[in-house]
Design a protein around this ligand. Sequence first.
Ligand code: SIN
Ligand code: MN
Length: 280
Amino acid sequence: MFLTEEQITTYKNNGFVLLDEYFSRTEIELMKAELPALFAEETSKRVLEEEGNTVRSVHGSHTTNEVFRRLSRHPRLVLPAMHILGSKVYVYQFKINAKAAFSGDVWEWHQDYIFWKKEDGLQTPRVTNALVFLDEMNELNGSLFFMVGSHKEGMIEVKARNFKEISGESKVNDSSWKSSFTAKLKYSLNQKMIADLALKYKIVSIKALPGSVLFFDSNIVHSSPNNISPFDRSVVIVTFNSIENIPSTVDNPRPDFLVSRDFRPIEPLSDNALLIQSVS
Ligand code: SIN
Ligand code: MN
């Protein structure tokens, strides 16, 4: 269940590695069956698109939903994450991105780590994302764009976007964390930076079938356009942090459903964990 040497080399060189059809269609259908109820819950963990109707993302479902709790502890995610990071891991962040048919909005060009460093006090980028495809992703439905190898730049300093521009509100409030998840991201790279980076790093568009898993580096430069196709493009992103990289304390910490502070190392479940009646 660990990655092969070739897969690790690909991850280190390119900043990502795609594992095709890694979960079965049955496992994916079990996860997808949970989405309507999760998307319908009117909680602060849910972020809507700017038009105010469509669900953009739902956060922290690994602590409230049994299927996603098991996914976050699944050996097919946890063991490669341990291999990549070289230590035991815990779940740092868990989100479901809906990117709904016709309405799913853009994710601007950004790196992930800058959010975690600036907002949460995460000391180093020793953290990895495991993205599970619940739907097919291709050039039609708002595919992810990666700049291959751009993680080697390290964290690129960018100016935080003005809070009022993101939220339309003048004062920081309990929902201010949403500025990291709307279509106007707090830390996005400007057009000049992207044009310069594109001279060095090739841009690729990710294509994957449901059940595939994409591990990607927290400093890779990435984005995705809006989804004007009639096809949903939902993904789950589980971010694993090394237990040797516990964040420092910050003023105005973001809510626990965004940044887990349960630092206990994960003991992976059995490989059939999503399919059996009960697990401990
Ligand atoms: C992300 O950058 O975290 C999400 C991108 C996407 O779902 O397209
Ligand atoms: Mn991202």
